[in-house]
Design a protein around this ligand. Structure first.
Ligand code: HEC
Length: 605
């Protein structure tokens, strides 16, 4: 036989072998075992934009995911059976989710389908397909039963034998999923799986295999663009992405924090609003990093672009030499523990009224300051009505948040800093295992001439919140009326440990309603300011309404005390509901409004 023929035969045999294996796989999946690999924790948004995280279902007795796809007859005709099971086992502590990884199904279409069919099981959208890929699912119509006691898959296969491509039986003769749930609840062994692959193949999972990912060409550019603003010296993150070996060492952890959406720290629903900076990863970037890590984080070449040009820290004042600097007293931090916010009051270093064009709060050690805010308190002579809840703080001035560089106030606008004003600092520090000190400073940059636009901060706040004990998703609202035309630049939602989601909506004078920002998963740990990529003009008479969700249940791991009814208070273990809005306004319209217009600045409860 010629070598060519031998090769051709070998190839044919291999192809046949592959086909057989594929056929066998679809015909009978080996039964999943309780000692199989643990499911990697993940977090996804559902069709409604609500956040779900697998590990938050740890209280459940069993978790069911059903791989979903629009237009697949098997799925559509099986959903009623799944709902019957949900109704039956919900009380017993079984959680049900639909999981959609079809590239052709967007969230709006999923929402429409749920409405049409009256489905109220959350439909999680797996845009990157990484969750489905991790579960090894290639078809819709497959149920996956997870045992939260071991975080392993205990059953995979169809719900029952009622529905197939060729038609439907009046009723099922085998109820595989139900039997598996009962067995798990009773602590009995789960029978071997049923025939797999009942539904439709999912494009991207069933066919294309991801190509090789290059460390230099694909991975490093993502790390630089989306991570290095913090994972650099003085950037606030605890380790620096300075070379291949470091990144490889962290690679398993990088995959975990991408899958459970902890990193980059960004909590806005990506389908609502466009923000800048926005460090969140695109679907393609997530796939690049996770596929590279799954392939063993390879790097073949001698050169390491990270080592050659590691991300650098800021030195000095990136906005130039300030016109005035306040050196804050040295902050001494213990080795360990959760530190309460520190409040400092310092007289503004000005002997005349000035308009500030930029303010830059800078820790000396960015690994320690979690965030810092500066508020301005006007002197008696300029105080009009000062709302009570602000307790003397009536003007949000500037913020330090790790990873977000100092920027001047937008569009050449300014904030008045009158002689005799006081600057109020709210500093939040973390501890790092040994005692440390920080010497923060504030640089102020002045306008030569009063600017035509004033930068101001309004807030929709609700001081009458009352969160019942153990309520898992208690909703509260607040609203603020804009008394003049403004240009909106940024949002800063603020709650405490029980805050779970937050949404801003513009209600225009003509009756239109527009969602401006939806923080699907609020985290007190990250005091993020969301800046609009394109500032938004809002007409006078617009109401900005905010809705906040609070989780006062014992399933909220940060909840200081689920048995307590919680009200408004400035302490961490009380709650707040403030939706700050950073905007600019035309000073020429009514100079008297420039400061101290509580109607526009703050919501009156
Ligand atoms: C806005 C700043 C910021 C950005 C951007 C950022 N990180 Fe982080 N990262 C942090 C901080 C701060 C911590 C420490 C978190 C803590 O102490 O809870 C951290 C911790 C981590 C950890 C350790 C595990 C953990 O959760 O503590 C990993 C892994 C990580 N980041 C990966 C990434 C990757 C990958 C990116 C980019 C895709 C990224 N980070 C982007 C600030 C950031």
């Amino acid at each position: 036989m010629t070598p060519l023929r031998t090769l051709a035969l070998l190839f044919a045999a291999a192809a046949l072998g592959a086909l057989c294996t594929a056929w066998l796989f679809y015909a009978r999946t080996p039964p999943p075992r309780a000692d199989g690999p643990r499911i990697v924790d993940f977090a996804l948004l559902d069709a409604e934009g609500d956040y779900h995280r697998l590990s938050a279902e740890g209280h459940a007795k069993a978790i069911i995911f059903y791989s979903h796809g629009l237009g697949c007859p098997v799925v559509r005709n099986s959903l009623s059976s799944l709902e019957t099971l949900r109704d039956r086992y919900h009380e017993a502590g079984v959680s049900f989710f639909l999981l959609n990884a079809n590239p052709q199904d967007d969230r709006a279409a999923l929402k429409a389908e749920a409405k049409l069919l009256g489905i109220d099981i959350p439909i999680l959208k797996d845009e990157s397909q990484l969750v489905m890929e991790g579960l090894g699912v290639t078809r819709t119509g497959e149920a996956i039963l997870i045992d939260p006691a071991t975080w392993t898959v205990r059953y995979r296969g169809p719900i029952d034998d009622r529905v197939g491509f060729e038609g439907e039986r009046p009723r099922a003769t085998r109820e595989y999923l139900k039997d598996a749930i009962e067995a798990l609840l009773d602590g009995d062994p789960i029978a071997a799986s049923a025939p797999a692959g009942a539904g439709c193949l999912i494009a991207g999972l069933a066919d294309a295999k991801a190509g090789p990912v290059s460390y230099e060409g694909d991975v490093v550019p993502v790390l630089r663009a989306k991570c290095a603003s913090c994972h650099r010296p003085g950037g606030g993150a605890p380790w620096v992405m300075d070379r291949y070996e470091t990144v490889k060492g962290w690679s398993a952890m990088i995959r975990e924090v991408i899958m459970n959406r902890r990193m980059p720290p960004w909590h806005a629903d990506p389908e609502i609003g466009v923000f800048s900076p926005d460090p969140s990863l695109t679907v393609e970037e997530k796939r690049t990093l996770v596929h590279w890590i799954n392939a063993g984080a390879p790097h073949s070449s001698e050169t390491d672009p990270l080592l050659a040009d590691p991300p650098k820290g800021d030195t000095g004042w990136p906005l130039g030499e300030p016109d005035a600097v306040i050196d804050l007293p040295t902050q001494r931090l213990p080795a360990q523990g959760v530190l309460p916010y520190r409040w400092l009051k310092i007289a503004a270093p000005v002997d005349r009224d000035v308009w500030v064009r930029a303010a830059h709060l800078q820790p000396s050690d960015a690994g320690l300051m979690h965030h810092g805010f500066v508020f301005v308190q006007y002197p008696e002579r300029l105080k009009s009505e000062e709302p009570e809840w602000l307790e003397g703080r009536n003007g949000f001035f500037t913020a330090y948040v790790p990873g977000f560089s100092a920027t001047p106030f937008p569009d050449g606008s300014g904030q008045l800093l009158p002689a005799g004003a006081t600057l109020v600092f709210q500093l939040h520090y973390v501890t790092v295992g040994h005692p440390r000190t920080d010497r923060p400073r504030l640089g102020l940059y002045f306008h030569d001439q009063p600017p035509s636009r004033e930068y101001a901060v309004a807030s929709a706040a609700n001081m009458r919140i009352r969160i019942p004990p153990r309520a898992p998703d208690h909703l509260e609202q607040a609203e603020v009326l804009l008394k003049e035309d403004v240009t909106l630049h940024a949002f800063y939602p603020h709650m405490h440990y029980r805050g779970s989601h937050f949404r801003y909506e513009a209600r225009y004078p003509d009756g239109r309603v527009e969602v401006l920002l939806s923080v699907a998963h609020y985290s007190f740990s990250w005091q993020t300011v969301y800046r609009l990529a394109t500032p938004k003009a809002l007409p006078k008479g617009t109401r900005i309404a905010v809705e906040a969700g609070f989780d006062n249940s014992d399933r909220n791991p940060l909840n200081p005390d689920p048995s307590k009814e919680v009200r408004w208070g400035l302490k961490d273990y009380d709650e707040m509901l403030v939706g700050y809005l950073m905007y600019t306004r035309d000073r020429s319209v009514d100079a008297a409004l420039a400061i101290g217009d509580p109607g526009a600045r703050t919501a009156r409860p």
